[in-house]
Design a protein around this ligand. Structure first.
Ligand code: PGA
Length: 250
């Protein structure tokens, strides 16, 4: 039985003070000693330290939204995986479609980041997803398979990895993939992973769905056999909505 995992991706929202306030409220609600699922929040880099302090006593997993693939050096504006690990991060989100779309993160770059983050002891959420044009031209499966295979090239152990399937056309648009559409892609990701790492590793892999998950659709999405939780954007900025989604998974 796979433990469901719900992570709030706050993206470029909230000042440090606002992040601390939201994190404090979520920590009070999530508390400690949860067993049925895992819950994480991903504030901006700037807020990681302060948020880390207020959620430390709780079960919430401190998550970063990205990292660089080198440890240190002349990379203005970047933050390394080792810095995130030192700041107490549990997880890092890599290959988010917004990174791929606006910041030039190719699958090859994402792959380097994945390897570095795992090497530094972070757990990784690897995001994959097709655009609307790709879905409409019937290439969803090949696009997703390509992103999974390239993203994991040279990764020998996936026990610290979670994959998030996030159709680009569903992110922040209010359009959600139907639970059947999502489950179909999740099943195909699991089959791809089974082909590389074997059936047992694939069976253990958690695959989150992301893209306009809301309290109103979370229960149905999370009831699908291959959907193991969610990566939540917009709805994670509201405590009540985020907690309703967490409760749907837990
Ligand atoms: P959304 O974002 O829930 O606002 O659609 C999801 C994501 O980008 O992780």
């Amino acid at each position: 039985m796979r433990k469901k995992i719900v992570v709030g991706n706050w993206k470029m929202n909230n000042t440090v003070a606002e992040s601390v306030e939201l994190a404090t409220e979520i920590a009070e609600k999530v508390g400690s000693g949860i067993i049925g699922c895992e819950v994480g929040i991903a504030p901006t880099f700037l807020a990681l330290n302060e948020v880390g302090k207020v959620i430390e006593w709780s079960d919430i997993l401190l998550t970063a939204q990205d990292c660089h693939y080198e440890n240190d050096g002349a990379f203005t504006g970047e933050v390394s995986a080792s810095m995130l690990a030192a700041a107490g991060c549990d997880f890092v989100i890599l290959g988010h479609s917004e990174r791929r779309q606006y910041f030039g993160d190719t699958s090859a770059i994402v792959n380097r980041k994945v390897k570095k983050a795992l090497e530094e002891g972070l757990r990784v959420i690897l995001c994959v997803g097709e655009t609307l044009q790709e879905r409409e031209s019937g290439v969803t499966e090949s696009v997703i398979t390509g992103q999974v295979v390239e993203g994991l090239d040279g990764v020998s152990d996936i026990s610290n990895l979670v994959i998030a399937y996030e159709p680009v056309w569903a992110i922040g648009t209010g359009k959600t993939a139907t639970s059947a559409q999502a489950d179909e892609v999740h099943a195909s990701i699991r089959a791809t992973v089974a082909g590389i790492y074997g059936a047992k590793a694939a069976e253990h892999l958690r695959i989150q769905y992301g893209g306009s998950v809301k309290p109103s659709n979370a229960v149905e999405l999370f009831s699908m056999p291959n959907i193991d939780g969610g990566l939540i954007g917009g709805a994670s900025l509201n405590v009540d909505d985020f907690m309703a989604i967490v409760n749907a998974a837990c």
